[in-house]
Write a protein of this length. Structure first.
Length: 202
């Protein structure tokens, strides 16, 4: 998309995008059709840009998600951001000029849909010599973290999130029978998959 910001202004409560005063902003709204990864770039613009992405329904009540001044400091003065987005959420995209710079804006973007997360498989759970619970499982494609829970009949004894494919409880549960462990995957957008079936702790 090609636009010109020469006659653009700003609103009174508008934030400084990427922490830089500009006051010549042009805005777009974009609603994510699915959960995934969005990349935006002002490459091809003929001036020093800033770029920011927000959510919110008023300029005075925006939540900052991502922003960038220079894609490569001192060398590439157009801007680039990447962020995880959630299906059905509307994002507010602002392009401004560094210290009031204006010109022709070239805004482009790519969107990658994230596939559904698989249920972790190969889950094992065993007591060690100190009574701690050691849990391990196979990696899940597109997962960046895993939620792990140790419970018994609906009572949670330990819960946490790790980035590896194994975890160990901090406390000892020596003498407690009937404990089970379950794991679910988490992706870059913060989505969670389904929990694995409870695995008895042995």
């Amino acid at each position: 998309m090609l636009f010109r910001s020469v006659n653009a202004t700003s609103e009174g409560a508008e934030p400084n995008h990427a922490g830089v005063s500009g006051r010549r902003s042009v805005w777009w709204n974009w609603t994510a059709p699915a959960t995934g990864l969005l990349t935006l770039s002002t490459a091809g613009s003929n001036f020093d840009t800033t770029l920011a992405v927000y959510t919110g329904n008023a300029v005075s009540a925006l939540s900052h998600l991502a922003s960038n001044d220079d894609e490569l400091s001192g060398r590439i003065q157009t801007s680039r951001v990447g962020l995880a987005v959630v299906a059905g959420t509307t994002y507010r995209i602002a392009v401004d000029g560094y210290s009031g710079a204006t010109g022709s804006i070239q805004l482009s973007g790519t969107f990658q849909v994230l596939p559904s997360l698989e249920i972790p498989s190969g889950v094992t759970a065993m007591f060690d010599s100190l009574g701690r619970v050691n849990i391990s499982w196979r990696s899940v494609p597109n997962a960046v973290a895993y939620d792990v829970v140790v419970s018994k009949n609906g009572t949670v004894y330990a819960v946490g999130q790790v980035t590896a494919t194994s975890a160990r409880t901090v406390g000892s549960f020596r003498g407690i029978t009937g404990l089970t462990a379950s794991v679910r995957a988490v992706d870059r957008a913060g989505r969670t998959g389904s929990w694995s079936a409870p695995t008895p702790v042995r």
